[in-house]
Design a protein around this ligand. Sequence first.
Ligand code: 13P
Ligand code: SF4
Length: 307
Amino acid sequence: MVHQDDTKMMEEIRWLKAEKSVYIIAHYYQNGAIQDVADFVGDSYAMALAAKDSPLDTILVAGVDFMAESAAILCPDKTVLSPELTSTCPMADSIEVSDVERFKQEHPEGLVVSFVNTPAAIKAVSDICVTSSNAARIIEKLPQDVPIFFVPDQNLGCNISARLDRPLECFPSSCPIHAAVTPESILEKKAQYPDAAVLVHPECDPRVVALADYVGSTAGIIDYAVHTERQQLIIGTECGIFHKIKQVSPGKELILADPNLICQDMKKITLEKVLASLQTMETRITVPEDIRVKAAAALEKMIEYSS
Ligand code: 13P
Ligand code: SF4
């Protein structure tokens, strides 16, 4: 439900972003009101492309820090703003440059494939970046005879490895939100809603993925949810995704696979903070140029291999 104060703040945000020529890009895990004031809402890959294609020179990213950082890496001539610097991704922050360097020393011929959920410094030492929407397609195009270090999400890595029937060395980290979904909670929901389709994100445990009717990125899940004839959907990803599905396909009954599917970091971004960011034009996200150039190469390669 949208409160009167929220409506007022949303009006102010819409007025200020037009006045100051700011393009707002949001992730599907953001609060519904933030998705509604955004100019573009998408999954991590679409957000990166939207930043590159932004019609305006100032972009405000409503998402966790690596999303704003990716925009800053890809758009050095644009101003990228974050409304909340403490909105971070614990999985992205779990890996160090030394972890990647260790693999490279042991496997000089190997390739490092990093999920976009990584800091700029990790992207800078990676051969290519991927998101959950394009990881399998990209890895399929890489040379067959070289070892691949997939960082930092071992669930995504294991799921791709199974799908492509190709071994991947995975860094032992995962998204605490998606990793909390258990096969038991899916089976319980399936017993409760026997006609429901199960849609999960590939950051979930492979045993959860094995029980799903559809596995894909947030954009993929929304697309499947909208087009399937099934009316009841058990959703195994962050609850913010319900907002878009309800807007596009209001008749569907949405069942959250686990009550803990809420990313508190994503939810740190509020209307108040977006408004304050537009008022002050803070906080600008920048990446040291030597790191930015190398990280941009890995992101640009992702875009090239994605098509
Ligand atoms: P996608 O939107 O790319 O599916 O990513 C999900 C996610 O966990 C972002 O933090
Ligand atoms: Fe990170 Fe998981 Fe939150 Fe996405 S949902 S930002 S991967 S903690």
